[in-house]
Design a protein around this ligand. Structure first.
Ligand code: SAH
Length: 350
């Protein structure tokens, strides 16, 4: 008799009821050990670093879970101009980072012209670096212009593949079908695409998570970002319980077995819910970390959830702290550009 985990590893898929058993905690130790094993088979002990620049905390959206939602009048807002972003990149380059992730709220200040200008400037000065954007939903044309300007990766979590859950987490103006349209556009244009969701979001059930997994199987993203939902005091969900670290770890391992080649970050939210969360994420199959490169004076303002870590340190401290953690967990930081190694669908190197 083979275990559920073995069958998942072998077939890279399972019927819903078996996935649900794993989500509920059956075979947890085996599952997590296999997550690590498969990641080592494909990526060895390499952990890729991406310097994260949180470029704006203004947002036109009003996601019920997010601390920088439009209706949070208490949020202290900021946006970074091109020069400030470039100086973050310079600092990151000096620290060895070869990928810059520009993440922000959906801030109308960053029109196509402004954002392509920023991407072009980074691309010109750092031609050996990858530029990743995480700037929310934009038009097809906008994604195309940003690609032409030099962006090659885009992170856009689908957040919830179940339409009812999506509606519970977002106000009426936000639509799951537009989010999916964006993800398809991005793939079509040629971006390496990252998607994902929060674990333990208010109202989320095991069945919802199965739908998220099924959605990812269809999309076949190169990168998959997940982290526990964490409350923020100035959101409508302030009284809802945080997500669970264990469930997040199980999901990382499940995703690693289904997507052996995926780039899976061990997220800041995981490091916030537990002091060793990011190390445990790596040991469950994650292979990316994203140290903060934002200017220290703005970090506390990019507060998606309460008690977010890494808000007080200089970028250099973030780097050495993460390096020590990665090493202690049994891995090694790699500073190359870190493209996804293989595309599962085609089996070819990208
Ligand atoms: N505006 C961009 C970036 C969003 S912030 C976009 O729409 O893609 C990045 C991610 O943080 C979100 O996709 C969401 O999944 C996560 N996030 C937001 N609020 C959170 C919370 N309270 N707890 C945990 N994760 C959260």
């Amino acid at each position: 008799m083979s275990t559920i985990t073995e069958r998942l590893k072998q077939h890279r898929d399972l019927p819903d009821e078996d996935l649900l058993r794993l989500l509920e905690g059956q075979e947890e130790e085996t599952l997590i050990a296999e997550g690590d094993k498969v990641r080592r088979e494909n990526y060895g002990d390499a952990v890729y670093v991406r310097g994260l620049i949180e470029f704006s905390s203004f947002c036109r959206n009003d996601c019920y879970y997010c601390g920088i939602r439009r209706s949070n009048r208490k949020a202290d807002r900021y946006r970074l101009d091109r020069e400030t972003i470039l100086s973050c990149c310079r600092e990151g380059y000096g620290l060895g980072y070869r990928t810059f992730v520009l993440q922000g709220g959906e801030d109308p200040y960053y029109t196509d012209q402004v954002l392509t200008g920023i991407v072009e400037a980074i691309h010109r000065e750092f031609p050996d670096c990858a530029i990743t954007l995480s700037a929310g939903e934009r038009t097809t044309e906008s994604y195309r212009k940003l690609f032409e300007a030099g962006a090659r990766r885009y992170l856009l979590r689908h957040e919830a593949a179940d339409p009812d859950l999506y509606r519970m987490l977002h106000p009426a103006g936000m639509r799951l079908d537009n989010r999916i349209r964006c993800l398809r556009d991005l793939k079509e244009i040629g971006y390496q695409v990252g998607s994902g969701f929060m674990v333990g979001a208010p109202g989320q059930t095991g069945e919802h998570l199965i739908r998220d997994i099924r959605f990812l199987q269809e999309l076949e993203p190169d990168m998959i970002g997940i982290g526990p939902y964490l409350r923020h005091e100035n959101t409508p969900f302030r009284d809802r319980e945080d997500g669970s670290m264990q469930l997040t770890l199980r999901l990382i391992a499940i995703l690693r077995l289904i997507f052996p080649w995926a780039l899976i970050p061990s997220t800041t939210a995981l490091g916030t819910i537990h002091p060793s969360g990011r190390e445990l994420g790596l040991q469950a199959g994650a292979n990316v970390v994203m140290p903060n490169l934002s200017p220290v004076e703005v970090r506390e303002k990019y507060e998606l959830y309460d008690n977010k870590i890494c808000t007080g340190e200089e970028s250099a401290q973030c780097r050495s702290c993460l390096e020590a953690r990665v090493f202690a967990a049994g891995y090694r930081i790699v500073t190359d550009i870190g493209d996804v190694k293989k595309n599962r669908a085609s089996g070819h190197d990208l």
